[in-house]
Design a protein around this ligand. Structure first.
Ligand code: XIL
Length: 371
């Protein structure tokens, strides 16, 4: 290892020592930095990752702990033990604790979408379920959650409404209703709309029309989250800048809420392919099962440097940057869109050691103009 990092080319990418700078100390004022935590990271079973979190971050998100399946698996039966531990962990460490999420079409139990007596879900029942769920969950953590992802992923990539069970039963105003219920349950909490691929102009336009509509109605919305599930090449710098400029132009703050950089081949067809095709792709696209080669490690570091350079340039428009996980071992991209791959999207490796990409981010933050 020593010999490897002594080489001139890689000196700048040396893996940072555990007592090196903390990301949260290097961020500009008003720009939080965080990660999504698993239950094991909250509990301390994943002690190495937990130490990284405490050291580097001033905000946390729940990777799965506050989703509907986790908090209300059966009608009116709430299971808050793991979520309570998550919120307590963030509070004990003085972090801005994020809630993710109140309304989504995934990780929501089947019962929530079933109509009465085998009929399709009707508006009144759907609204009552949304209100009861949001009131119970956001109400339980009233005053302790910095901000909620109220609605996640309501639009298709072409800008049309995603035909979710909520949309079909209630209509487009399900979003305003959900934000209103959330605000009633926790008037102090910031409220967010969260989605991915907002670099696509049609999708971004639809989201920003929603923001305009909520604001015109007087419904609280503080920020739009771009998830930031990006790759080594896409989206391009200008596309990332357009996301931030346009969100700010709509009168709300921007956040990058689920940042990671996929280093494996990915096509849109992969997501909805059947298991047999996925098994084929596993064979052809799991390129680095035994470790990320130096060239790709450097490419990842350069991409993270580019991304953080852009985020710093737009820092007045941004309030938060959150990675979707702490270590590569935890990343959902080991299982999505193809199960069983070995991916390397984050700043810490499988042993929770800082990668060259971490050093690259530190270098960009250190070089940023004085505050
Ligand atoms: C993912 C989690 O990381 C996985 O552990 C889980 O199996 C599926 O969901 N967009 C979101 C996140 O808003 O909630 C998703 O998280 C990733 C995509």
């Amino acid at each position: 290892m020593k010999v490897f990092f002594a080489s001139v080319v890689l000196t700048a990418l040396a893996v940072p020592a555990a007592d090196g700078p903390r990301l949260k100390d290097l961020m500009p004022p008003g720009l939080l930095i965080g990660a999504a935590l698993s239950g094991a990271q909250v509990d301390g079973r994943d002690a190495a990752a937990q130490a990284v979190v405490v050291r580097h971050f001033d905000t946390i998100s729940p990777e799965n702990l506050l989703k509907w399946t986790s908090t209300e698996p059966e009608p009116g039966r709430f299971t808050f033990e793991a979520a309570d531990r998550y919120v307590a962990f963030g509070q004990a460490n003085g972090m801005a604790v994020i809630g993710h999420n109140l309304v989504w079409h995934q990780q929501t139990p089947r019962w929530a979408f079933e109509g009465k007596d085998g009929r399709p879900l009707d508006r009144e029942t759907a609204l009552a379920r949304l209100r009861a769920h949001i009131t119970a969950v956001a109400g339980r953590y009233k005053g302790r959650i910095h901000g909620w992802d109220v609605v996640n992923e309501a639009f298709e990539n072409d800008g049309s409404w995603r035909q979710t069970p909520w949309f079909k039963a209630i209509g487009p105003d399900y979003i305003a209703q959900a934000f209103t219920f959330a605000h009633e349950a926790d008037p102090q909490a910031e409220l967010y709309y969260n989605d991915f691929d907002l670099y696509l102009p049609a999708k971004r336009k639809a989201v920003l029309a929603l923001v305009g509509d909520l604001r015109a109605k007087g419904v609280r919305i503080d920020a739009v989250g771009e998830q930031g599930h990006w790759s080594l090449q896409a989206p391009k710098a200008a596309e990332i800048e357009a996301i931030l400029d346009d969100i700010a132009g709509a009168g709300v703050k921007a956040m990058i809420t689920e940042l990671d950089v996929d280093v494996l081949p990915r096509t849109p067809e992969m997501e909805h392919a059947d298991a047999a095709r996925k098994a084929e792709w596993l064979k052809t696209t799991n390129l680095y099962p035994a470790g990320l080669p130096d060239a790709q490690q450097e490419q990842l570091a350069r991409r993270y440097a580019e991304v953080f350079g852009l985020l710093l340039k737009h820092r007045s428009q941004l309030t938060r940057v959150t990675f979707w996980g702490v270590t590569d071992a935890q990343s959902w991209l080991n299982g999505f869109p193809i199960p069983g791959r070995t991916n390397y999207p984050l700043l810490w490796d499988r042993q929770a050691r800082g990668k060259p990409a971490l050093q690259a981010v530190i270098d960009v933050l250190k070089a940023a103009p004085a505050r």
